[in-house]
Design a protein around this ligand. Structure first.
Ligand code: SF4
Length: 391
């Protein structure tokens, strides 16, 4: 974990994080569980759990509450719109802190798998929603009014059964595409970070194990957090981890509470050796003075430190920054320096979405040129890195 200068101080959570976790059941693997470490406690010093009654009573819900015995448990009718938690007002000051101190337990009611075609063939229903990290550009909190701690869905068995039926219905993938030459790829972490979820409970492990049995499918998730506990799983090539990377200076400013980029890159070989496929998300690409040099340095670093076996199977998604006016205003309240680089009306164009939100992205011409520049930089400095798509 790192604490960027200029970003909100989230060190203070260490003060009351020390006793936040209960005893861990006996571990079976050789390495001690990371989720009981001081670093995990700093990221997730859970003090407060809001739970739907059925979620609290479920085996997964009980597993989670047993891990945080000192947390105060409050029953809620629905995991959405919890008064005093969700919503913008009054929470901006505590936004980052709420993310680590609060968990919500709910049941995922609507199980749908949506076609995607870009990052993955399909978006599976996620086993969580929300994140304990606080990337300044993150779109995940928008739907919950920005104060957005992790909601864990405890009905993981139903989620997995749903995905299993979907996989069975598809049969074999008829032809290769950029998502994967053979397998149907299912994104399992659209609205959160599966590596962080694995600090809380076994939902991520259950999904990784499930995909191991499905030879026509592959799980995929993007992450900004290195959780060594995932190395103890046995994915047998059926889970793709996409480590998100960006230049270190940008990450220190924008990727609040995440693992440092060099640590994510440094973990790639370990994840490959543990049986994961390892890809990279070059995202978001933030256009600011000097971005070309910064990305050159990052690509050179990837080329220098990654072993050949990682390079041979690696591929990348390139995703240009999108932003949002409401998020811009929230960020001005807690992390204004991030907005110096994220909010660039001179380079961006706005588009009102169906729900009325004003989303911004780089103007077509600016974006096309930047994508071309980045592709050229990749060709020069990391020619082994196949770009699956750039958007
Ligand atoms: S790690 Fe991902 S989900 Fe979490 S705050 Fe950052 S961008 Fe959002």
């Amino acid at each position: 974990m790192h604490h960027p200068s200029g970003a909100p101080d989230d060190d203070s959570d260490a003060l009351f994080g020390l006793d936040a976790l209960g005893p861990e059941p006996a571990e079976t693997g050789q390495r001690p569980s990371f989720r009981i470490s001081a670093a995990a406690r700093r990221l997730l010093p859970v003090r407060e759990i809001y739970a739907e009654p059925a979620a609290a009573a479920s085996p997964r819900g009980r597993q989670i509450s047993a891990r945080f015995p000192d947390a105060r448990m409050t029953t809620v009718d629905s995991h959405w719109r919890i008064p005093g938690l969700h919503g913008n007002e009054g929470n901006v000051d505590r936004w980052v802190r709420v993310k680590g101190e609060t968990l919500v337990l709910g049941e995922k009611k609507t199980l749908t798998t949506r076609p995607n075609g870009r990052s993955a063939d399909w978006i599976a229903p996620g086993a969580s929603n929300g994140c304990a990290m606080a990337c300044a550009y993150c779109y995940v909190p928008r739907r919950k009014g920005y104060a957005n701690p992790i909601t864990v869905f405890t009905n993981i068995d139903r989620i997995i059964a749903h995905v299993g039926r979907h996989v069975a219905r598809q049969g074999r993938k008829p032809e290769p595409n950029q998502c994967d030459p053979e397998a149907w790829v299912y994104d399992i972490g659209e609205n959160g970070d599966c590596s962080v979820d694995a600090l809380i409970c076994d939902n991520t492990a259950d999904l990784v194990n499930a995909f191991r049995q499905w030879p026509t499918a592959k799980a995929s998730f993007a992450t900004k957090f290195v959780n060594p506990d995932l190395l103890a799983l046995d994915p047998r090539g059926r889970t793709r981890v996409r480590f998100s990377v960006m230049p270190g200076d940008d990450a220190r400013l924008l990727d609040v509470r995440t693992s440092p980029v060099a640590e994510r890159i440094g973990a790639a070989a370990d994840f490959l050796d543990a049986g994961y496929e390892v890809h990279f998300n070059l995202s978001p690409v933030v256009l600011r003075p000097g971005w070309q040099d910064a990305w050159t340095e990052l690509l050179t670093h990837l080329d220098d430190v990654l072993p050949r076996r990682v390079k041979e199977q690696a591929a990348a998604e390139v995703i240009m920054l999108t932003h949002n006016q409401d998020l811009h205003e929230v960020n001005l309240g807690w992390h204004p320096r991030a907005e110096d680089v994220l909010w660039r009306p001179d380079l961006q164009q706005a588009k009102r979405s169906e729900n009325g939100a004003l989303n911004v992205r780089y103007r077509n011409q600016v974006k096309a040129e930047a994508v071309q520049t980045l592709r050229t930089l990749i060709d020069h400095h990391a020619p082994w890195l196949r770009v699956r798509y750039a958007f």
